[in-house]
Design a protein around this ligand. Sequence first.
Ligand code: ZN
Length: 264
Amino acid sequence: MTDTGARCVCGRIDVHAHFLPEVYAQALERAGMRTLDGGFPVPKWSAEAALGVMDRQDIATAMVSLSSPSTHFLPPAERPALARAVNDAGAALVQARPDRFGYFACLPMPDIEASLAEIRRAFDELGADGVVLQTNTDGVYLGSPAFAPILAELNRRKTTLFLHPTSPACFGALALGRPAPLLEFPLDTTRTIVDLLYSRRLQTNPASMTPISLRLRHRSRKRNSTRKSWEGPMTAFPYQQIILNLRGLGLSCAFGDLTDSFLH
Ligand SMILES: [Zn+2]
C-alpha cells in the first residue's frame, strides 16, 4: 500500500535487497560471525520469507545481493569458492522465481584474475543482472589502479554496478562508537566515489558508472520468463545509497519524493 492507502500498481522494484543463501550463512557461522557488518545479528533468510515481505510492501521484483561484509571476512584465497557458491545460489533463486527476483553477482575481490573469471561466469553462464561491489576491499578503494581491470571489464560489458557500503579499515578509530550504517557507510560511499572521480575511473569507464541502467528486457526474452519487462535508466548511486541511509535515520519526509524517483 502507498502512504495514501491506494494499492501500488507500478511494479515496484527493490534494487537494494539482500539474500543470505544457506552456503553463505554456513560460511559466516564457521568463521564465528554472529553479526553482519553494522552489528546486526545474522538474520534467517528464505525465499518464502522474502516473498512475504515483498508482497506486504507491494514490491514486484527484488534485486538481491550480498550485504557487507560480502566475502571479505575470509582470507583472500578462500573468497573465490564462496563467491562462486553464492552466485550459484543467486542463479538458482532467479531460475525458481524469475518473475520476482533478479540478482547482482559478488566478486572475490581483491583477486583480479578470479574476479574476471567470475564476471565471465556470472554473465555468460549464470545470467546475472549486475555486479555488487563493496566500497572498499581490505582498505583499498575502487579508484585504485589494482582494480582498474575489473572496472574496465564491467565497462566493456556495460554491466550494472551496484555499489554497497562497507566499513573502512580504520572503522574502530573513526566511528565514534556508533554502528557502521550510521556514519561510516555513507562516508565510505563518499570516499570511494571521490576516489573514482579523482582517479578518473568514472570518466574512463562511463558505461557502467553513470547513470546505472538495469536491462532486464534481454533476459526476459532469452529465458522466456514471466518476469515483468522493464528498463532504466535508473540512477542508483551514489545518491540512492546516501538517501537510503538518510531514510534509515528517519529522514524519509525530507527525501521521500527524491527517493521514490530513484526506486521506481
Ligand atoms: Zn545493504
